[in-house]
Design a protein around this ligand. Structure first.
Ligand code: URA
Length: 252
C-alpha cells in the first residue's frame, strides 16, 4: 500500500474512533498481494494467533492548520475540564512563529477572556519576552511568538491538570506545534516540560537545558507564576538566562 493510501486508511480508522490495531502473521495471500492491508485490521482475527496490539498515536491530518485544529476542538467536552470553563483558551499569536511558549493551563483571567497568559503571570511573561529581547538587541513583540497551554480549559481552583486531561488535550497541543513547526519551544514550568518531553523530573533539574519534542529543541524554564512568588531572586535570574538562550537560538 502506498504511504498516501495508508494515511487515508488510518485517518478513516481514527475518524471512527479506532485507536488500536492488531497484527497477525501475513498469510500467503496477503504476502502475495496486499500485505499492509491484511495487517491493518480493526479487530483481532478469529483464526490467526493475535500478535501484540499497536496503539496508534494521534495522527495529524496532512496540511493541518490552526483553524482546522480549532474547528476540530469545537465546543469540546472530551474531558471533565469543560464543566467549569467559561471560555476555551486555544492559543494566541503568530501562526508562523519561530518560537512557541507552552504553559500549563488557563487561570481565572484566561478563562474569562479566552486568551492565554493575560493575568499577572501573563503580564510578567510578556514583560520578560519583550524586555529581554530589547536588552539583547532583538526586535520582538509578544504577538510575534505563539503562546498556548497543555490544557485548553481551566482546571478547577487552578489545580495541576490530571494525566488523562493532558493526554486528551495534548493531541491538540501536538497538532498546534506540528502545524506551526517552530524553530524552538519554551516550556514554562514542570507540567509543560513533562508533557512535551515525557520526562519525569522536576523543573529545577530540566530548566536551562535543551531537550526535544519530535526533533524540535525545547528549552525548559520556570513558570512565570513561580517567579511571582517572593524570595525567588535566583529563579528570576535563571529564567532570564533561559530566555536569553532561547531568544538568541531562534532569532540570531
Ligand atoms: N498559567 C498558565 O500556565 N497558562 C496561562 O495561560 C495562564 C497562567
Amino acid at each position: 500500500m502506498k504511504p498516501d493510501e495508508l494515511r487515508r486508511r488510518l485517518e478513516f480508522y481514527q475518524d471512527i474512533g479506532m485507536t488500536t490495531l492488531y497484527r497477525r502473521p501475513a498469510t500467503a495471500l496477503a504476502r502475495g498481494t496486499d500485505a499492509a492491508e491484511a495487517d491493518v485490521s480493526g479487530a483481532p482475527p478469529a483464526s490467526a494467533a493475535v500478535q501484540p496490539s499497536i496503539s496508534l498515536p494521534p495522527l495529524e491530518p496532512s496540511g493541518d492548520t490552526l483553524l482546522r485544529i480549532l474547528e476540530d476542538i469545537g465546543d469540546c467536552r472530551r474531558c471533565r475540564l469543560h464543566e467549569g470553563r467559561t471560555k476555551l483558551v486555544f492559543g494566541v499569536g503568530n501562526e508562523r512563529a519561530p518560537l512557541v511558549f507552552v504553559g500549563e493551563g488557563p487561570g481565572a483571567d484566561e478563562d474569562a477572556q479566552g486568551i492565554p497568559f493575560v493575568g499577572r503571570a501573563g503580564q510578567l511573561l510578556t514583560q520578560m519576552i519583550e524586555g529581554t529581547a530589547k536588552k539583547e538587541g532583538i526586535e520582538l513583540r509578544r504577538e510575534d511568538v505563539y503562546i498556548c497551554n497543555v490544557v485548553k480549559c481551566r482546571p478547577p481552583g487552578n489545580r495541576t491538570p490530571e494525566a488523562d486531561e493532558m493526554e486528551i488535550c495534548g493531541q491538540f497541543l501536538y497538532r498546534q506545534l506540528s502545524a506551526i513547526a517552530p524553530k524552538a519551544i519554551c516550556a514554562l514550568g514542570g507540567t509543560a516540560a513533562r508533557a512535551l518531553t515525557g520526562r519525569k523530573e522536576g523543573v529545577t533539574k530540566m530548566r536551562g537545558r535543551w531537550l526535544e519534542w519530535r526533533g524540535i529543541p525545547v528549552m525548559v524554564s520556570y513558570h512565570p507564576s513561580y517567579l511571582l512568588r517572593p524570595y525567588n531572586q535566583d529563579a528570576k535570574r535563571e529564567a532570564w538566562e533561559d530566555l536569553k538562550k532561547v531568544l538568541h537560538f531562534v532569532y540570531d
